[in-house]
Ligand binder design. Structure first.
Ligand SMILES: Nc1ncnc2c1ncn2[C@@H]1O[C@H](COP(=O)(O)OP(=O)(O)OP(=O)(O)O)[C@@H](O)[C@H]1O
Length: 233
């Protein structure tokens, strides 16, 4: 059977700056995967290529066997790392926009998520705090019945207590036979939810595997290991 996501020898440059080097990975259904790396390590670039929003120089991406394109976009729900709304919109407008755009939008789920996230349909997006905007982005992304969710820094703008609430939402609302890739550099706050870890540095994957296995083998948390591996360079 085809894996949910298969990436082979992906290479991406911006001008003369190399953002991804020979990145290969495979993800099966039902996994929460942490894509961890410091600023500028290539996390967003990898996600945007898998989402079909950016072209690599070389290498291949297959989502259930499909190249990034119309079919794969119906399987992938992407939450970008900065808001993609128009400032005049209300929360209800953003939901309507998402619903019109994606046939797999689940209205019941979006209503339950709004309540969980303490968002109101009449709120003006421009007046929401950064953390509340992230809650809305996550609501929009997880309200689709997708096979693969790509969440780019979903907890960057929220305080530590709200972070736990957002992670609880993620576990509660993602489809169990789908997979989620969550990019972050806030590893200590989020590693409890990871089944697998992809550690990226300077555009190269330097560690990948089962989160529990990595902790058992190294005797360290993913956060400690990350700090040590980054300190080496
Ligand atoms: N549009 C662009 N033009 C030129 N260089 C870019 C562009 N986008 C990203 N880069 C560079 O590519 C590298 C990888 O960037 P990317 O945004 O993928 O990293 P990231 O791990 O997501 O970082 P952050 O955690 O800060 O969001 C960085 O050196 C960045 O400066």
């Amino acid at each position: 059977m085809e894996p949910l996501l298969k990436v082979e020898a992906l290479h991406k440059r911006y001008g003369n700056k190399t953002a991804l080097r020979e990145v290969s990975l495979q993800i099966e259904p039902g996994r929460i995967v942490g894509l961890v790396g410091s600023n500028g390590s290539g996390k967003s670039t990898l996600m945007r290529i898998v989402a079909g929003l950016l072209m690599p120089e070389s290498g291949s991406v297959r989502i259930r066997g499909h190249r990034p394109g119309t079919r794969s976009k119906s399987l992938v729900s992407f939450m970008p790392d900065h808001p993609s709304f128009e400032s005049w919109m209300t929360v209800a407008d953003a939901l309507k926009f998402q619903q019109d755009f994606f046939a797999d939008f689940d209205t019941d789920k979006s209503e339950r998520m709004l309540e969980f996230m303490r968002l109101s349909r009449s709120d003006k997006i421009a007046s929401l705090s950064k953390g509340m905007q992230e809650r809305l982005q996550l609501t929009l992304a997880l309200s689709r019945r997708a096979a693969l969710y790509l969440l780019d820094e979903p907890i960057g703008g929220v305080d530590p207590v709200a972070r736990d609430h957002i992670l609880d939402a993620l576990i509660e609302f993602y489809e169990e036979d789908s997979s989620v890739i969550v990019s972050t550099h806030l590893i200590a706050d989020i590693e409890r939810i990871f089944d697998e870890v992809l550690m990226i540095r300077g555009g190269s994957l330097i560690l990948q595997g089962d989160a529990e296995q990595i902790r058992l083998t190294s005797g360290k948390s993913i956060d400690q290991l990350f700090k040590e591996m980054y300190a080496e360079c």
